[in-house]
Ligand binder design. Structure first.
Ligand code: SF4
Length: 488
């Protein structure tokens, strides 16, 4: 179905809840942008909305339960307000399809990750006809690669500033899908085959974002460093793409997530070293420090391969921080395997690690091949032990910054300032937050007008996750005649 321009019948109020990864946050931004162009207004109050969308995640069972519970709570609202349109979009929509209508018969539309462009017209059709509609892509075995790939459409229309993390930061999708087929993961099914976007389109999108005031772009892909696109007969890799967007006026910093260890090529590391706007931060999930577990996960590398990659990162981009993901309690993970994962954290001192307890996902190889043999209590114990170790290392490494000055991109109010409702305060000073080039979070007291600019902060203290400091006052040169400072 092609995208149609539709107009909502009245001032529609849209509520959207997003769970999952940055790719989902971007999808929500784009869908909201498309709906606002058609006259929808965003509301944070689900009871005030006549259109409710859930952008869903299937990576963990917990995220799915959360959505089904939220859908359950809407059953009575739908009875009271039959005009209400309820939609489920994203990975869970692609994975569960008709099952969503069975579990929640009051849902009107179920829209997969490859059909997001259709959402405006699907909502209006649902409101007019009261029919349920399922719009999803083909399964990975439902045709040849080309046919399946073309049923997953990348969705990257005009941008919606209001949905961004801050006005100065934006995500840019450079690829969709994944072909790695790790045994525990649903993404190759929910997001389809790996497809890289045109570098010309990406460069144009970055220019538009810079014109809107964005200072930092984060390039997104499930395995972002696998990016490859042939344009005008030339193969463009991620290193080439970084070079191409690097000089975009207004852009101060470029990041990219998530990296796949085997695709961390030397040309990419050299590009990070040579391009000053590239963040010296890489998120490269190891998942397990044990070769036997990596093999059952079908991750496609060994601990020795990962070690080789870390050596290259450290020699080509010294000081580059690296973060990781780990799955604890994967089928077959013995105590010895788990200890090896802890050793890898001790050895590589990750900036931080995202730790997940294994949960079998229907539709994955791991779910059919392996027994979920680690009891929940043991998974929880391993999770906590690993978290404690990682936190201790993060705090020790953050402490190294105490007494030093760092340059940060100021993002805006800190989480605690937002929680305290300081957005509406007239006091120019507030607690602000920013990040260093190696992605360390820094909070400090400062004038709100610093948001969106680069600032120097002296670090006074730290926690495992945050550096705490104060702004370093610029040293002015003085006019020898007037004695007044020369502002630069
Ligand atoms: S690389 Fe593996 S874990 Fe990452 S999205 Fe692809 S299949 Fe999932």
């Amino acid at each position: 179905m092609s995208e149609e321009t539709t107009t909502p019948p009245h001032n529609s109020k849209l509520f959207i809840e997003t769970v999952g990864c940055q790719m989902n946050m971007l999808d929500s931004e784009l869908v909201v942008g498309a709906l606002r162009q058609r006259g929808y207004e965003l509301t944070k109050d689900v009871r005030a909305a006549d259109t409710v969308l859930f952008n869903t995640c299937s990576v963990r069972e917990h995220a799915e339960h959360k959505i089904y519970s939220a859908l359950g709570r809407l059953k009575f609202s739908k009875r009271r307000r039959p005009n209400l349109v309820i939609g489920v979009m994203g990975c869970m929509a692609q994975k569960d399809q008709e099952l969503i209508f069975q579990k929640a018969p009051h849902v009107d539309i179920v829209v997969g990750t490859g059909q997001l462009a259709e959402i405006p017209s699907l909502i209006e059709t649902a409101r007019a006809d009261r029919d349920q509609t399922l719009a999803v892509s083909l399964g990975r075995r439902d045709g040849n690669r080309q046919t399946v790939a073309s049923s997953f459409e990348s969705y990257d229309p005009l941008r919606e500033p209001e949905m961004r993390p801050t006005p100065y930061q934006a995500f840019v999708r450079i690829m969709i899908g994944c072909d790695k087929f790790c045994t525990y993961c649903v993404v190759p099914m929910t997001r389809g085959p790996e497809q890289s976007r045109s570098p010309r389109e990406i460069a144009r999108e970055v220019e538009v974002l810079a014109e809107q005031g964005v200072k930092e772009v984060t390039l997104l892909g499930q395995t972002v460093n696998s990016y490859r696109h042939t344009e005008d007969g030339q193969l463009v890799r991620l290193s080439d793409l970084l070079e191409r967007i690097h000089d975009t006026a207004g852009i101060e910093r470029i990041k990219f997530v998530t990296n796949y260890p085997k695709d961390m090529t030397t040309d990419l590391l050299e590009a990070i070293r040579d391009l000053p706007k590239c963040s010296h931060y890489l998120h490269v999930p190891l998942q397990s420090g044990c070769d036997d577990v990596l093999k059952t996960m079908k991750r496609g590398y060994t601990v020795a391969d990962y070690s080789d990659m870390m050596d290259r990162i450290n020699s080509i981009v010294p000081g580059c921080s690296v973060s990781s993901d780990f799955i604890v309690g994967h089928p077959g993970e013995s105590e010895e395997s788990f200890e090896k994962s802890l050793d890898s954290i001790r050895k590589w001192r990750f900036k931080n690690s995202f730790i997940f307890k294994y949960s079998p996902r229907p539709g994955t190889k791991a779910d059919t091949l392996y027994e979920d043999d680690i009891p929940e209590d043991e998974k929880r114990r391993r999770n906590n032990v690993m978290l404690d170790l990682q936190n201790a290392i993060s705090e020790e490494d953050n402490a190294e910054f105490i007494g030093r000055e760092v340059e940060i991109l100021v993002e805006g109010l800190s989480k605690s300032a937002v929680k305290a409702g300081e957005q509406n305060s007239t006091d120019p000073r507030a607690q602000l937050v920013g990040r260093t080039r190696c992605d360390r979070i820094v909070v400090f007291e400062g004038n709100r007008r610093l948001a969106g600019s680069m600032a120097r902060v002296a670090v006074d203290d730290c926690t495992a996750t945050t550096l705490i400091g104060h702004v370093v006052t610029r040293e002015y040169q003085h006019n020898p005649t007037s004695g007044l400072p020369i502002l630069q």
